[in-house]
Design a protein around this ligand. Structure first.
Ligand code: SF4
Length: 377
């Protein structure tokens, strides 16, 4: 039977499976009474929007405790809008991809005193919200019939159809299929069921086809090889860069940190100064050069503190971190928003990228062992 002819059966089978097996406990999908809302009832979009943005690059189980703390700190979009960027980044610390926090912050300010958007276009005007996030918010909050196409859904649909193309090359076809399958009478339940199927049954590895409500219609199952789908793009080698980093002390025992410009993945976060090693350059030379170019200071590079490898989705970085002693020059924010001398114990009150958290831990351990050695001497 052609797949589109099977749509009524696919909807009914999925919803029946979901009724018994769905994740009916996800906290931002519950009403104020702690129960899932009935058909057509509305939920507060703010906790849903926050969760959707967190889930864009992070797994549900990791998101849950962050989301709880976030909603406690910012129970409404207006509360987030009123917060400083420093506070917002601190609350997001540990989740990574900080641009998401800044976009939520900007979005909350943009929506201040406005009614919640009830259209895809309305949500697309908010920073950080794409078509699938918009569909998910509208269906989850207002039970409106808008399709979704997140990673889980792409996997299920490419398997259902045994699509020969990687999902990124077939976005239009997958959107059409998600739209055709969506149950217009129960969009909230249907979209959630589709996500739950992808998360718990049609998993990336070892899908549980034996308990899948769509097994009888699934082309990948019929072909005997669900693992082949989604078809992958040819892997590409991630670029690798070495970053020389200086933990620069002044005579008062403070260290120098700078706040990144607001653009980019880590915009607005604080970090230790440093930059890319040039070909053939000794790492000590890199650090001296970067301190000169970015802060207009001269410093003496001392012993290595730590090396930290960190992989982002688009590149791999190795941070080679040296302790340095400031010699001369008032630090200038030539490539950052601002620079600051801070006591090492204060570092934990600033939002840093994940890779810098290990540098701070190594620094505090180093200072601790130095203090113990001084005491013993
Ligand atoms: S039958 Fe298997 S591969 Fe097909 S949708 Fe279900 S779990 Fe996924």
């Amino acid at each position: 039977m052609p797949l589109l002819d099977a749509v009524p059966a696919l909807r009914a089978d999925l919803l029946a499976w979901w009724q018994a097996n769905g994740r009916h406990w996800i906290p931002w999908k519950l009403g104020p009474d702690g129960h899932p809302p009935g058909a057509g009832e509305s939920l507060d979009p703010w906790p849903i929007w926050s969760a959707e943005i967190m889930l864009q690059q992070t797994q549900l189980q990791v998101v849950l405790p962050y989301w709880r703390r976030w909603i406690e700190a910012f129970p409404t979009a207006a509360a987030l809008a009123a917060a400083s960027e420093h506070e917002v980044l601190m609350r997001w610390q540990g989740l990574g991809y900080y641009a998401r926090a800044r976009r939520l912050h900007h979005g909350a300010r943009q929506l201040l005193d406005q009614p919640w958007p009830r259209t895809v276009e309305g949500w697309l005007a908010i920073p950080g919200v794409g078509r699938s996030t918009a569909g998910s918010i509208l269906s989850s909050a207002f039970d409106l019939p808008h399709p979704i196409l997140d990673g889980n859904v792409k996997r299920v649909l490419t398997r259902l159809t045994a699509s020969p193309r990687p999902p990124a090359r077939d976005a239009a076809g997958l959107w059409l299929l998600s739209t055709a399958l969506l149950d217009p009478h129960r969009p909230r339940a249907f979209n959630q069921a589709l996500m739950d199927l992808g998360s718990g049954v049609c998993t990336p590895r070892n899908p549980s086809c034996g308990v899948c409500p769509w097994q009888g219609h699934c082309a990948a199952y019929a072909a005997g090889d669900p693992h082949r789908y989604p078809v992958k793009e040819a892997p590409r080698e991630l670029p690798f860069q070495v970053i020389g980093v200086g933990v620069v002390f002044n005579d008062a025992g403070q260290v120098l940190i700078d706040q990144r410009l607001n653009e980019g993945l880590l915009g607005g976060l604080w970090e230790f100064p440093g930059g890319k090693q040039e070909p053939g350059e000794a790492i000590e030379t890199t650090i001296v050069r970067e301190l000169r170019e970015e802060l207009a200071i001269e410093a003496q590079v001392g012993e290595q503190l730590i090396t930290v490898d960190h992989a982002y989705s688009h590149k791999k970085l190795r941070f080679v971190v040296h302790l340095c002693q400031w010699q001369r020059g008032e630090p200038q924010p030539l490539a950052s928003q601002q620079v600051r001398w801070v006591a090492p114990v204060e570092l934990e009150t600033y939002p840093f990228p994940a890779a810098n958290a290990r540098i701070i831990a190594a620094l505090l351990a180093h200072l601790q062992s130095q203090a113990s050695a001084d005491q013993a001497a």
